[in-house]
Design a protein around this ligand. Structure first.
Ligand SMILES: [Zn+2]
Length: 408
């Protein structure tokens, strides 16, 4: 892959976000008799846990769903265990799902939430669709984020892009002190605003893009890995699928696409960070996106957000050969309009999303590597999140405008 552009200045260096985060979760609690119902009532009526009951106990053997705030997770688990109440966690890291839901609810004419499948651990995968075209099938752009779960700036930038927090008076230090993961920094407790939803009809470029095309945004392309980075290992990169015969979990979901599968820059060792998986599309998270895009049939752009390096890359990654459209991708689209320095190098990677997109007829295919260049690496401080999202948005807009003007 050609690494062409070096974008964004490295701003400052301050606090390092090595916090762990336990997001709000939904518990499904089983009640089997009157005694258990009264224990459960005691729990949900207690002021100290601040629970939100989604589904109340009606009859025995019907489970009860309760939203448990992150600060109450440990005491609630202790209560349930000590009283012998059976429970399971049905939705982890509810916040990002809630946010997608509320964007769709707040801007029903522009945004909707589309279910595209499930992860290996059965988390629903949603994509946000931004469209002004009613039911019509229009040309579309795919924005992909979080395929490598530890690259939190990617999921955060995606959510900011959909909806950014501009709550006055909230400083980056607040986000940092809050001790939440990157996405939470962007959402905030009263997150409102947003790039696509707020700038539509204010920013002429975005407005005209949305008059011709739909934008699909997948903020968490690897939901199991993302939860795992919050609960077990901040630096987890892969999916969480089982590898029969191996003690190691997961496949690199950006080596699993059907583009020179298992070629250079991959590993056949399930313990490797770049394990390609047993076959192309073996990861249900990848297959869900592939199926959706192929069934849609009108995608003209595909952009995958990663970190870190501050580079913009174009196909191919699996060969040193440049894509046939390289001249257009580089010279016409970006270089004249975005003032960035240029860099070339080779870093082969087979089975990547963007190469798959390009080889399947999506000409405008790019990988962004967001901040930084390695000082903080994956543990980017919270105060760099908004500047990163802002500079990324400029690049995304340039590409989307070019697609708009060069539909094929
Ligand atoms: Zn990555």
């Amino acid at each position: 892959m050609r690494w062409i552009l070096f974008f964004g200045a490295l701003i400052g260096s301050s606090i390092c976000g090595r916090e762990k985060f336990f997001g709000d979760q939904v518990f499904r609690i089983n009640v089997r008799n009157g005694d258990e119902v009264s224990k459960l009532r005691q729990l949900v009526n207690s002021d100290s846990f601040k629970l939100n009951v989604w589904k109340s106990p009606t009859t025995f053997n019907r489970p009860v769903d309760v939203l448990v705030p992150s600060v109450s997770l440990l005491p609630v688990k202790a209560f349930l265990t000590s009283h012998g109440l059976e429970y399971s966690v049905t939705i982890e890291d509810i916040q990002i799902y809630h946010e997608m839901d509320s964007i769709a609810a707040d801007f029903p004419d522009l945004a909707s939430r589309v279910k595209i499948g499930h992860s290996f651990e059965n988390r629903t995968m949603y994509v946000l669709k931004f469209s002004t075209g009613g039911g019509k099938q229009r040309p579309a752009i795919w924005l992909n984020a979080g395929i490598h779960s530890r690259e939190w700036i990617s999921q955060a930038t995606a959510i900011w892009t959909a909806r950014k927090v501009m709550s006055p008076g909230i400083s980056p230090d607040f986000w940092q002190a809050w001790g939440a993961p990157a996405v939470s920094h962007v959402l905030g407790p009263k997150g409102r605003g947003g790039k696509i939803v707020t700038d539509y009809q204010k920013d002429p470029a975005l407005t005209s893009i949305l008059q011709k095309m739909d934008i699909f945004l997948l903020p968490v392309a690897n939901p199991d890995g993302y939860v795992y980075t919050q609960t077990h290992n901040r630096l987890w990169r892969k999916t969480r699928s089982l590898n029969p015969g191996s003690r190691c979990f997961g496949t690199d979901p950006n080596r699993n696409w059907d583009a020179n599968f298992a070629g250079e820059g991959t590993s056949n060792n399930p313990c490797s960070e770049i394990y390609h998986g047993p076959h192309a599309n073996s990861e249900v998270e990848v297959k869900s996106v592939v199926d959706f895009i192929q069934e849609h049939g009108h995608f003209k752009g595909f952009i995958d957000l990663h970190s870190y390096s501050q580079l913009l890359m174009y196909p191919y990654a699996y060969t040193v050969k440049k894509a046939p459209d390289a001249a257009e991708l580089v010279s016409d689209v970006l270089l004249p309009r975005v003032s960035l320095s240029l860099r070339h190098c080779q870093d082969p990677a087979s089975g990547s999303s963007v190469d798959w997109a390009y080889d399947n007829g999506i000409k405008y295919a790019f990988t962004f590597e967001l901040r930084d260049t390695g000082h903080f690496g994956f543990l980017l401080p919270a105060k760099q999140i908004i500047p990163t999202a802002e500079e990324t948005w400029l690049g995304l807009k340039v590409i989307m405008e070019h697609v708009r003007d060069n539909l094929y």
